[in-house]
Design a protein around this ligand. Structure first.
Ligand SMILES: [Zn+2]
Length: 325
């Protein structure tokens, strides 16, 4: 009897709408991207113009797919912000303010010839890792995307957990340091105020000010900026100031994971997004912070790792959600 491999004949289209661009991909049943498109978005444009751009790009992907004799079964569209619980209305789009309250979702659904599913980008990243990435088959999984801010999705028993609207809550805003810095959300001492990309860059700038002889300070004057890339280069070459900044950021992430763990009891927590590119030193610091503060039985049980899908997490996750809808 023939043994059947993973069914690669099921395709879906993933659409990841960000503040700067819309990314689209045709994804096969094994999670591989077989074609992709990317178009810049001007966030100042009115909702109509952005909607048309997204629809044009989606139609172009469907046309190209047809040209290759592929028939995607569904389209998954993901973005940051808040939708209603049924995911039919966009209440607030974090990076694309003109889309908030617009008919974007209804217009996409009406214009495309396939079933369309909408979700949060953080849920897509989590489901993509569950289905095709570093969390494959993990029954209780948290995937946090640490970029400018911190967003996270929770997958329990193969299902996206939705407790607050369409998401599992704002995990980046758990309060880990009540006497700490104010967060842009209005609360005080959120994880995001200590461990986001913005917090990391602010800490690096302060370290460069305090230690003008550090490689951090030198890179800043050479390149005119101190982003995650420069922080990673300096830390990779053993600059103590940069190492300290990365350790601090990772430690706070570990504290955040300890707080998430008492609520969700995950088997595995994965970190993706731009900050995760700091790699092994960040991971080591996350594990250290987690071991230091977590309940001992959770400290023994919860595995912490890096997400596997990288910048494709949104489109692959969106397609994975569409395939399983
Ligand atoms: Zn906050």
């Amino acid at each position: 009897m023939a043994i059947h491999a993973v069914n690669d004949s099921t395709f879906a289209v993933g659409v990841d709408i960000g503040g700067q661009s819309v990314k689209l991909a045709l994804v096969d049943g094994a999670g591989l991207i077989t074609l992709r498109r990317n178009a810049p978005i001007d966030p100042r444009q009115p909702a109509d113009a952005i909607t048309h751009l997204i629809l044009d790009e989606a139609r172009a992907v469907l046309d190209e797919a047809r040209g290759r004799a592929c028939s995607p079964a569904a389209v998954g569209v993901v973005m940051p912000g808040y939708m209603d619980r049924e995911r039919t209305r966009l209440l607030m789009a974090a990076n694309l303010p003109t889309l908030g309250g617009s008919n974007l979702l209804a217009e996409i659904r009406a214009a495309l010839p396939l079933p369309v599913l909408f979700d949060a980008d953080c849920n897509a990243a989590a489901f993509g890792e569950y289905r095709f990435g570093a969390g494959r088959g993990v029954d209780r999984l948290i995937v946090a995307t640490v970029g400018t801010g911190i967003g996270a999705g929770v997958v329990l028993g193969g299902q996206i957990l939705r407790t607050r609207g369409h998401i599992a809550g704002s995990l980046g805003h758990v309060i880990v340091d009540p006497k700490g810095p104010t967060c842009p959300c209005g609360a005080r001492g959120c994880l995001e105020a200590h461990a986001s990309g913005v917090a990391l860059e602010a800490a690096a700038a302060a370290a460069a000010d305090a230690e003008p002889a550090s490689m951090l300070a030198r890179l800043r004057s050479e390149r005119g900026r101190l982003s995650g890339l420069e922080i990673g280069i300096a830390a990779g070459q053993g600059d103590p100031a940069a190492e300290r900044v990365v350790r601090e950021c990772g430690w706070w992430l570990g504290v955040g994971i300890a707080s998430w763990s008492v609520v969700f009891d995950p088997q595995k927590v994965l970190i993706g997004g731009g900050v995760s590119r700091l790699g092994e030193p960040l991971l080591a610091a996350m594990r250290e912070g987690f071991q230091e503060v977590a309940q001992p039985h959770l400290a023994r049980q919860v595995e912490i790792g890096l997400a596997a899908l990288g910048p494709d997490a949104g489109v692959i996750g969106a397609a994975a959600l569409a395939m399983s809808s």
